[in-house]
Design a protein around this ligand. Sequence first.
Ligand code: C5P
Length: 225
Amino acid sequence: MTAAVPVLTLDGPSGSGKGTISRLLAARLGWHLLDSGALYRAVGYAAALAGIELTDADAVTRCAARTRIDFRDAADGDQTRVLVNGVDVSAEIRTETCGAAASAIAAIPGVRAALLAKQRGFRRPPGLVADGRDMGTVVFADAATKVFLTASAAERARRRHKQLKDKGLKVTLADLLREIEARDTRDAQRAVAPLIPAPDAVVVDTTGVTVEVVVERILALLPGH
Ligand code: C5P
């Protein structure tokens, strides 16, 4: 049944533009949006809040299974709000600390298994834009259209720097570049669902390319668009 619902997967490293581009594509297509990174961030946040060691795979897996994560449309048309056990943690989960926690717990197979059904539940008519690291390789391996977004590490650090600064968070560009490279390495080298393009993904380099051009390029890949 759900397999008939079209899915466009967008995978890639942090700062490759996935978040912005997925949101724009979902709006243009009138499709649902899955920000799977927010789920991993929410689990990392919940585990840290509960005082769980992020290296304690069993405890973090139990935490992932029992944590309620909800997405709510923001009333002001702003970004979707993320609720962990009913509490709005949208701002808290966007910090680099939470990104690093997400990346640490995302390497635990039990955590990934606990989030699998939840992610697949987003596949509803008329379609889904799925943003993450393993959308095209694992979660929606049968998706008809798969994109892997890339950009140079320097450009990705600059983008993240601007994003965080706009949110009033203080972080230096050099620290950010180091953190981004460490997170990329961990995401790419983990044994389970590593960050790699699906064999049938189209790789789109966004370095020096405007968001609008990237969106049009991806739309052109969709059958019938
Ligand atoms: O995309 P975002 O930066 O919010 O993701 C945070 C972290 O969650 C990533 O660095 C990655 O380790 C993990 N993640 C993942 N699989 C996904 C989405 C995110 O492992 N599908």
